[in-house]
Design a protein around this ligand. Structure first.
Ligand code: NDP
Length: 295
């Protein structure tokens, strides 16, 4: 039986997108400024094509300008870097996102390092990563930013709570840990070398799972009443032959019997990522134009 409150990330993200659209309209009205987001897609990866299409539609729906740049998967690194440099200089472009992964001949670190940190709406540039680690203002990676919003909405005051972040990637685990630390949680970061993962998880008031292993976190790993944020998106075989379905990194049914609140997959963290991309684009636009955010 499900005891946990199901955290409605889809609803929260829709509401956030509506608020962003209103702020974009107000920005145009009061300052004549229209935020612009450039998304660069290299190659024909089907998942990346879907992500880029969704991002473009969401950008337009928020009243922002969307610029899509598609390059063939044979493109060389110098050409991609030159495009990013052009976007850095373009005053109509406030945010730049290069869709990952990139083809083998291109080093993603070089491309990300080329993005102007003020336009780095993915928050992957080393300057933004460093700012986050030091607790300085910058642009924060979208997925952890979305997780934090859901956590604050669900839990309220996070101070002093024990948080476990499962996964230490540069795009989810590490920035998530920095955000939780900045919110005065006591943070543990677990990874593939962690001993007795289940015991570490059981101590956590807040558990953020970002491992990319389908349903790895079991119900009996969860502390009763804990808040569980499941970042994982894993496609597995469905009940019917030839069908697939999406599951998270947490065994939802088992965890929902023990947790106080939990995000579903899909419909939890996923929708927050695009909403936070729009939020970062709005933030970047304001900062580039010296416009303060409304209270
Ligand atoms: P990475 O593969 O970059 O990182 C995975 C992390 O999990 C690593 O730190 C790894 O440890 C750790 N790990 C792997 N296996 C185990 C294990 N058996 N026990 C303990 N730790 C383990 O993944 P990402 O951070 O990019 O993504 C994580 C998940 O989040 C994926 O399912 C991805 O699809 C999803 N995702 C969802 C997004 C969304 O919008 N909802 C956005 C981004 C990602 P080590 O460092 O030791 O190798």
């Amino acid at each position: 039986m499900t005891k946990a409150r199901i955290i409605d990330g889809k609803g929260f993200a829709l509401d956030l997108r509506t608020r962003i659209a209103a702020q974009v309209a107000a920005l145009k009205e009061s300052h004549g400024v229209e935020p612009g987001l450039a998304v660069v897609l290299v190659g024909n990866d089907p998942a990346s094509q879907v992500y880029v299409r969704n991002k473009g539609q969401a950008t337009l729906a928020a009243g922002m300008q969307s610029f899509e740049h598609k390059l063939p998967d044979t493109v060389d690194q110098a050409t991609l870097v030159a495009l990013v440099e052009r976007l850095n200089r373009d005053p109509a472009v406030n945010g730049i996102l290069v869709q990952l992964p990139l083809p083998r001949q291109i080093d993603p670190a070089v491309v990300i390092a080329t993005i102007d940190p003020a336009k780095d709406v993915d928050g992957f540039h080393v300057e933004n990563a460093g700012r986050l680690a030091l607790g300085l203002p910058g642009l924060v990676p979208c997925t952890p930013l979305g997780c934090m919003m859901l956590l604050r909405d669900t839990v309220g005051d996070l101070r002093g709570l024990r948080a476990l972040v499962l996964g230490r990637s540069g795009i989810v685990g590490k920035p998530m840990a920095s955000l939780l630390l900045a919110a005065d949680c006591t943070v543990t970061v677990a990874h593939s070398r962690t001993r007795d993962l289940a015991a570490e998880c059981r101590r956590a008031d807040i558990l953020v799972a970002a491992v990319g292993r389908p349903e790895m976190v079991r119900g009996d790993w969860i502390k009763p009443g804990a808040t569980v944020i499941d970042v994982g998106i894993n496609r597995v075989a469905g009940a019917a032959e030839g069908k697939t379905r999406l599951v998270g990194d947490v065994d939802f049914a088992g965890a929902a019997e023990v947790a106080g609140a939990i995000t579903p997959v899909p419909g939890g963290v996923g929708p927050m990522t695009i909403a936070c991309l729009l939020l970062n684009t709005l933030t970047a636009t304001r900062r580039q134009n010296g416009i303060a955010a409304p209270d």
